[in-house]
Design a protein around this ligand. Structure first.
Ligand code: SAH
Length: 441
C-alpha cells in the first residue's frame, strides 16, 4: 500500500462505529479486537460509508446492485496520481498548477474517485463519464449531496462511442485521465478470476454485470484508450488506467511500444491479498522518476515490461563532508554555461535542486558541433530542452559489510533527448567525484 495511505494499518473499527452508528451492528469482536466480516456485503457497505464520513467528510448513497468501492484501494490510485502531479510540477520548477483537472472514465454510482480526489485536494476538479443510467443518476446525486457540483461534472457516455469524448470536446487541457475498467470479458471470465476463487461464489461487492464486463475485457478497453489517445496527444498530460491482470499489462505495454510511446509508467496498488497495476502514458516531454511507487517496478520478472530508466544513481566516494554536497554542486552548476538552477531546499547545504538547459554546453564535442550548427540554425531560445533534478540520497550499500553510502541522484524531469540528460548526468557525476577526491571544504 502507498506509504501515505492511512489504512496501511487497519482502522479502529470501534471508533468508526461510534462516529457512524449504522456500522455498530456489524462490528464483531475477535481475539485481535473489533473488526467486521469482510465477506458480508452489508458490513462492507457500512464500512465504506463510515470511513468516507469519518475521514473525508463525504456522504455516499448507493443502489444495492452496484459496486461498493473499498476506500483504501481507491485512495491508493489517488495517491499515485498525486505523486505524478507533483513530479510534473518539477518540470515547471515547482510551480504547482493552480487547477488540476482529471477525467474519470466509468465513474460508477459512487463517483468515488472524483469525491476522494476533491476532498483531499482543494485545487482538483473532475469530469466523469458513465454508460449505465442507474450509476449515472446515483453519481450525480452523490456529487450534489457533497456539494461538489462546481468541481465535478458527470457525463453520460456511449458504449460504442469514443471513450475520451469529453477530452475531444474540451478546449482546456487535462492533467490526467483515470479509469477502473470493467475487468472481465464475460461471466465465465468472472467465474474463473482469482478474486472469485479467493472469495467463493458469493463474493462481496461484485457489482452488476455492466460494471464488471466489457467486450474483450480490460485489455481491449485500455487498448482502445491508447488508440484514442494517439489522436488526442497533448490534450492530457498523463493518460492512466488501473489493470487487474498481469497479461493485460503486457498487452498494453506492447500496444504502447508498437505506437512508439516510450514515455510510460507502471506501478502497483496492493491492498491485502489484492494486487492491481496502474499504467500511465504521456505524449508530453515530462518524465517521471523511477521510484517503484511512481513509474518503475523493481521486480526482476517484470523488467521486460518496464520503461527505460529516468533516474540515475551514482555512488560517491566516502567523505566526511557529505553535508557540503549542496555547495559543491552549486559551484559546479554555476560554472557550467547556460544552465538555469533553482533550489528545492531552503538550506543551501542540502542538495536538492532542479536545473534546466537549452543545449549541451559542457562537452567539448558538443561545443564543436554547436558551432557548426549555429551557422545554419538560430541560437537557442524559448523553451529549455532538458530539465533534471539533482539530489543526495544516503543509503545502505549491499555486500558482506553493510556500509552507509552517499549517492548522487539525477532524475530526468523534462525533455525528449535522453542522450542530453545522460551526458549532463555524467558531466555532473564526474565533477562531483573529482570535487570530493580533491576535498570539499
Ligand atoms: N470508478 C468506479 C466504478 C468502476 S466499475 C469504482 O472504481 O468503483 C467500471 C465502470 O465503468 C462501470 O460503472 C461501467 O458502467 C463503466 N463503463 C463501462 N464502459 C464504459 C465506457 N465505455 N465509458 C464510460 N463508462 C463505462
Amino acid at each position: 500500500m502507498h506509504t501515505r495511505n492511512p489504512y496501511r494499518s487497519p482502522p479502529d473499527f470501534q471508533l468508526l462505529a461510534e462516529a457512524y452508528p449504522p456500522l455498530q451492528k456489524h462490528i464483531i469482536t475477535t481475539t485481535k479486537g473489533a473488526t467486521i466480516d469482510f465477506k458480508d456485503e452489508k458490513s462492507q457497505r457500512r464500512l465504506t460509508e463510515a470511513i468516507l464520513h469519518q475521514d473525508f467528510g463525504l456522504k455516499l448513497d448507493l443502489p444495492p446492485d452496484r459496486l461498493c468501492p473499498p476506500v483504501p484501494n481507491r485512495l491508493n490510485y489517488i495517491l499515485w496520481l498525486e505523486d505524478i502531479v507533483e513530479a510534473c510540477a518539477l518540470s515547471r520548477h515547482n510551480d504547482v498548477a493552480t487547477v488540476v483537472r482529471g477525467l474519470d472514465i466509468g465513474t460508477g454510482a459512487s463517483a468515488i474517485y472524483p469525491l476522494l480526489g476533491c476532498s483531499t485536494h482543494s485545487n482538483w476538479v473532475f469530469s466523469g463519464t458513465e454508460i449505465d443510467d442507474t450509476s449515472l443518476e446515483y453519481a450525480q446525486k452523490n456529487v450534489a449531496a457533497n456539494r461538489l457540483q462546481d468541481r465535478v461534472s458527470v457525463f453520460p457516455a456511449d458504449p460504442n462511442g469514443p471513450i475520451f469524448a469529453p477530452l475531444a470536446q474540451s478546449d482546456v487541457e487535462y492533467d490526467f485521465t483515470m479509469c477502473n475498467p470493467p475487468f472481465y470479458s464475460s461471466r465465465e471470465d468472472v467465474a474463473q478470476s482469482a478474486d472469485a476463487k479467493e472469495f467463493g461464489p458469493n463474493a462481496i461487492c461484485t457489482g452488476g454485470d455492466v460494471e464488471m464486463i466489457t467486450p474483450g475485457g480490460e485489455a481491449a478497453f485500455v487498448r482502445r484508450m491508447v488508440e484514442e489517445s494517439l489522436n488526442l496527444g497533448h490534450k492530457c498530460r498523463w493518460y492512466t488506467s488501473m489493470l487487474g491482470k498481469m497479461s493485460s499489462l503486457a498487452s498494453i505495454v506492447q500496444t504502447l511500444r508498437e505506437n512508439k510511446v516510450d514515455n510510460y509508467a507502471i506501478s502497483e496498488l496492493v491492498q491485502g491479498q489484492t494486487k492491481r497495476w496502474v499504467i500511465g502514458w504521456s505524449f508530453r516531454d515530462i518524465r517521471l522518476p523511477d521510484a517503484s511507487w511512481i513509474a518503475r517496478l523493481p521486480h526482476p520478472g517484470m523488467q521486460n515490461l518496464m520503461p527505460l530508466r529516468n533516474t540515475l544513481k551514482q555512488p560517491l566516494p566516502q567523505t566526511d563532508h557529505a553535508s557540503q554536497l549542496g555547495l559543491l554542486v552549486s559551484a559546479i552548476i554555476g560554472s557550467t554555461d547556460g544552465v538555469i538552477a533553482s533550489n528545492l531546499s531552503q538550506d543551501q547545504s542540502i542538495l536538492d535542486m532542479v536545473i534546466s538547459t537549452y543545449e549541451n554546453t559542457w562537452s567539448r564535442a558538443a561545443r564543436r558541433k554547436r558551432k557548426e550548427l549555429m551557422k545554419t540554425e538560430p541560437a537557442a531560445s524559448g523553451e529549455t530542452r532538458m530539465t533534471c533534478r539533482i539530489r543526495h540520497q544516503r543509503g545502505e550499500a549491499g555486500g558482506q559489510e553493510r556500509t552507509i553510502t552517499d549517492y548522487l541522484v539525477l532524475d530526468w524531469v523534462k525533455g525528449r533527448d535522453r542522450g542530453l540528460f545522460e551526458s549532463f548526468a555524467s558531466h555532473v557525476e564526474r565533477k562531483v567525484v573529482e570535487g570530493i577526491k580533491t576535498g570539499i571544504h
